[in-house]
Design a protein. Structure first.
Length: 235
C-alpha cells in the first residue's frame, strides 16, 4: 500500500496554506504520523519539465529487491536510493506503464491514511494490473463498466481489508489525460471544498458519483499540481 505522499511544489508556503484550507492537510505533523511530506520541486526536475506534483511511495520490505523487479519489467529508475528524515530508504521510478511512483522501506502506516482514493490513469490496464497486483498485492474488487473506456474501471483493495481504495483504468487514452497516479483527499463537503479551490485560483472538473455513492472530483492547485477531492456517500 502507499505509505507516504510527498508534495513537490514551487512555493512551499503557498501550497501548505492551500491544501490546509481545501482539505485540512497538516504538513507540520511528523510524516510518520500524517503520511505527508512537502518539499520544493528539485531544480533538475524542473529543468526536465516536471510540473509540481504529488508522489506516492509504496511500502516494500526491500527497496533494492523490488526496484530490481520493476526495472526487469521495464521501469526506469529516476535517481539513486535516498535516506528519508525517518531513516527509511526510498527511490523514485517511472513504472513500466509510464507513471511516476516511489518505493519506500516499510514503516508503520499512519493510523488513518490522508488519501481516500487512489486512481492510476494508464494506457494499458491489463499490463498495469499485472504489475501492481503481482508486486504490491492489489486485490480486485469490481469492474465499473464505462461505454467509452475499454476495460472499465477496475477497483482494488489491499491488506486484506476488502474495502475498495482506488481504481486502475485506461483513462490516459482520453485526450488531455497523461499516465499518472492521482490521489484524492477526503472532505466533508465536496461542493464547498471545490468552491474554495476555484476561489484560490485552482481548477476543478465536475464531480463524478461512483456506483457506491461516493463522489470525487479531479483538481489542480494554483501551481498546477494535480490532485483530487473525495466525499463519502451519506449514511
Amino acid at each position: 500500500m502507499f505509505c507516504r505522499y510527498v508534495l513537490r511544489t514551487l512555493d512551499v508556503d503557498a501550497a501548505r496554506a492551500f491544501f490546509a484550507e481545501v482539505a485540512g492537510l497538516d504538513f507540520s505533523t511528523p510524516a510518520e504520523q500524517s503520511g505527508l511530506e512537502i518539499f520544493p520541486l528539485h531544480e533538475q526536475a524542473r529543468a526536465r519539465g516536471a510540473p509540481p506534483h504529488w508522489l506516492g511511495h509504496l511500502a516494500v520490505s526491500d527497496v533494492e529487491k523490488t526496484a530490481g523487479r520493476l526495472v526487469e519489467l521495464g521501469a526506469e529508475r529516476l535517481g539513486p536510493t535516498f535516506k528519508g528524515r525517518d531513516g527509511t530508504s526510498f527511490a523514485t521510478f517511472r513504472d513500466p506503464v509510464g507513471a511516476i511512483v516511489g518505493l519506500r522501506e516499510s514503516t508503520p502506516a499512519p493510523a488513518q491514511s490522508p488519501v481516500a482514493w487512489h486512481q492510476l490513469h494508464t494506457r494499458d490496464l491489463v499490463r498495469a494490473w499485472s504489475i501492481y497486483s503481482d508486486l504490491f498485492a492489489l486485490e480486485q474488487r469490481e469492474v465499473i463498466e464505462s461505454p467509452d473506456l475499454e476495460g472499465g474501471f477496475r477497483t482494488f483493495a489491499w491488506n486484506g481489508s476488502g474495502e475498495s481504495v482506488g481504481s486502475i483504468a485506461n483513462t490516459a487514452r482520453w485526450p488531455g489525460v497523461h499516465t499518472h497516479w492521482l490521489f484524492y483527499f477526503p472532505v466533508a463537503d465536496l461542493d464547498a471544498a471545490l468552491a474554495v479551490v476555484l476561489e484560490k485560483g485552482g481548477k476543478a472538473l465536475p464531480p463524478v458519483t461512483l456506483p457506491n455513492g461516493h463522489r470525487l472530483a479531479p483538481c489542480d492547485d494554483p501551481q498546477g499540481t494535480a490532485f483530487g477531492l473525495f466525499s463519502a456517500r451519506a449514511t
